[in-house]
Design a protein around this ligand. Structure first.
Ligand code: HPA
Length: 272
């Protein structure tokens, strides 16, 4: 990835759209439906965009949807890239850089995750207060692109305090309950063992998943405001006396996606 490639991707996308998006939205597994609420949508398949890889994860459509939501110009990733698909960290986070270059100021991310905190229940929404990067790598490794941000990127306020406040106000307004906690990212694609989950809990994790952290690091580097919400699609391994399944993750995503949609719409309305 270099500035020349970024320009080629940008030129292609700009040739297809006629609004400057101000908010970027990343939709996680089973949470794709929100994109269907976007007004006057323009669809851009990732596979058409120069220098984009394609998404292969289940429940991920693999396209940008550009249009308006609550009267705000948005660009939505209907499907994201994951490290476990075999993509490099640079490829996983490339769309975040592209959305930044298209003009977004705020990035809202959603994901499906396993509940590590025993007080959580399947179907809960958790605002990500902070994260633990357990991926064993970092998307900013390699030559720094100074145009985006500094070599050493501060992560103290990676999850923007003002957006967290807005999210809790929106939770009150909509009546959609919002828990809060720390998200721990693993590479996957295998789910965790019960022993790993006990370790993650001891380390301070409330939820575990296979995404979001790379995008948040790159968004922080690029000085974007970030808000992230996890849908607890299952309790993590070993908490309940039952195995985990991909179907369960999708089922809860489809079932509870509506609540998350309502909340995100209200948040978007409230972003200054
Ligand atoms: N672990 C990791 N990723 C996940 C899980 C989980 O239990 N549920 C949904 N994504």
């Amino acid at each position: 990835m270099n500035l020349y490639e970024i320009t080629q991707s940008l030129d292609f996308i700009k040739s297809k759209i006629n609004v400057e998006p101000e908010i970027g939205i990343v939709l996680g597994s089973g949470l794709n439906h929100m994109a269907e609420e976007i007004k006057e949508p323009i669809y851009i398949d990732y596979k058409e965009i120069p220098h984009f890889v394609t998404s292969t994860a289940p429940g991920h459509k693999g396209r940008f949807v550009v249009g308006t939501l609550e009267g705000r110009a948005v660009i939505c990733m209907q499907g994201r890239f994951h490290y476990y698909e075999g993509h490099t960290m640079k490829d996983v986070t490339y769309p975040v850089r592209i959305m930044k270059m298209l003009g977004i100021k705020n990035l809202l991310l959603t994901n499906a995750s396993g509940g590590v905190n025993r007080s959580f229940n399947v179907g809960d929404l958790m605002l990500i207060d902070d994260h633990i990067n357990f991926l064993g790598t970092n998307p900013l490794i390699g030559k720094n692109i100074e145009e985006f941000g500094p070599r050493f990127c501060d992560m103290t306020y990676a999850y923007t305090p003002e957006l967290k406040e807005i999210a809790f106000e929106a939770s009150k307004e909509t009546g959609v309950e919002l828990k809060r906690g720390t998200y721990l990212a693993t590479t996957g694609p295998s789910f965790e063992t019960p022993a790993e989950i006990r370790m993650y809990r001891a380390l301070g994790a409330d939820a575990v998943g296979m995404s979001t952290v790379p995008e948040v690091i790159v968004a922080s580097h690029a000085k974007l405001n970030v808000l992230a919400i996890s849908l607890i699609t299952n309790m993590a391994a070993g908490i309940l006396n039952q195995p985990l399944s991909e179907e369960e993750v999708m089922k809860i995503g489809n079932l509870k996606g509506k609540d998350l949609q309502k909340l995100v719409r209200c948040i978007i309305k409230r972003i200054p």
